[in-house]
Design a binder for this molecule. Structure first.
Ligand code: SF4
Length: 245
C-alpha cells in the first residue's frame, strides 16, 4: 500500500496491467490531507445520503481496459464519487457526462447512480488527476504531483491503443501534458494552451500521434451558468473518436 510519494512511484511502475494499477490506486494513502478529508466526509454523510455507506477511499479509473479514448477529470466529488466509489457517479456532473456519452453511444446508460447500476463504457476509460476527493475540490500542487505518478503509468499502459485524451478543465490539461512529458511523449513547445475544443497533437514514444482535446469541466459552476452547454459537451466528446481538429 502506498504511504508516500515514493511508494506511489514504486507501485505504479510495478503495475503490469490496468487492473493491477486500479487495485494499487484504490488503497493508496500517500496524501495525508486527502486521506483525512475523504474519511472525514465519509464519516459525516450529507443528510440526503444518511444511512448510505460512503466509499471514502481513492476512486480508481473506470471503463473499458482496451479503450482508445481516455477522459481525465479533476478529482472525485466529496458526496459523488467519494460516496459511490466510481468516477463521476452519484452527482450532477456525472449526470451531464454520462447523458452525453450515452447519446454518443459510448455509455450503456444515460445515468450513473451507483457502482452496481450496470453502466458500461465502450472504447472509453475515465480517470482523474487526483483519485481522492480534495477539500474545496482543489488538490495542492504536491498532491497533484504525487497522484500524477499513477497517471504516468496509466498513460504508459494505455499507450499501445490510446488515440485521444479529453481533459476536463485546464488543471487536467496541464497534468496530462506533464505526465506525457515524463513518460517520454513529444509535447509541442510552447506548451499547447487549454481551451474548449482546443486540440493538440502529441507523439507517443514510437512516433505515432495522439490527440489531446480540451473541454470545459462538467462542474455545476459551468453547466448551471451556461459556460458549458449540452451541445458544447457533445461536440467536444465526439472528437475523441474522430480525426477532425
Ligand atoms: S490523491 Fe492519489 S496519491 Fe494522493 S492519496 Fe489519493 S490516490 Fe494516493
Amino acid at each position: 500500500m502506498a504511504q508516500d510519494a515514493a511508494d506511489v512511484a514504486r507501485l505504479a511502475s510495478a503495475a503490469r496491467t490496468l487492473t493491477e494499477l486500479d487495485a494499487a490506486v484504490s488503497v493508496c494513502r500517500a496524501c495525508e490531507r486527502l486521506v483525512q478529508w475523504r474519511e472525514q466526509v465519509a464519516a459525516a454523510p450529507r443528510a440526503s445520503f444518511a444511512g448510505q455507506p460512503y466509499w471514502g477511499r481513492p476512486v480508481p479509473s473506470f471503463g473499458d481496459p482496451d479503450a482508445t479514448a481516455l477522459i481525465v477529470g479533476l478529482a472525485p466529488a466529496a458526496h459523488g464519487a467519494n460516496r459511490t466509489g466510481r468516477m463521476f457517479t452519484g452527482d450532477r456532473s456525472g449526470d451531464w457526462l454520462y447523458q452525453a456519452l450515452h447519446a454518443l453511444g459510448r455509455a450503456s446508460r444515460p445515468t450513473s447512480t451507483h457502482a452496481g447500476d450496470g453502466l458500461e463504457l465502450d472504447d472509453l476509460r475515465i480517470t482523474a488527476l487526483a483519485h481522492c476527493a480534495p477539500p474545496a475540490n482543489k488538490p495542492t500542487t504536491q498532491e497533484s504531483a504525487t497522484c500524477g505518478q499513477w497517471l504516468d503509468r496509466e498513460l504508459a499502459l494505455m499507450e499501445p491503443r490510446l488515440r485521444a485524451v479529453l481533459c476536463l478543465g485546464s488543471l487536467a490539461w496541464n497534468a496530462t501534458l506533464a505526465a506525457a512529458r515524463r513518460i517520454g511523449w513529444d509535447v509541442p513547445r510552447p506548451k499547447p494552451r487549454f481551451g474548449h475544443e482546443a486540440v493538440a497533437t502529441l507523439l507517443r514514444r514510437d512516433g505515432r500521434p495522439l490527440r489531446l482535446i480540451g473541454c470545459y469541466h462538467v462542474s455545476q459552476q459551468n453547466t448551471f451558468t451556461g459556460v458549458l452547454t449540452r451541445e458544447m459537451l457533445l461536440s467536444a466528446l465526439g472528437k475523441l473518436w474522430t480525426s477532425e481538429t
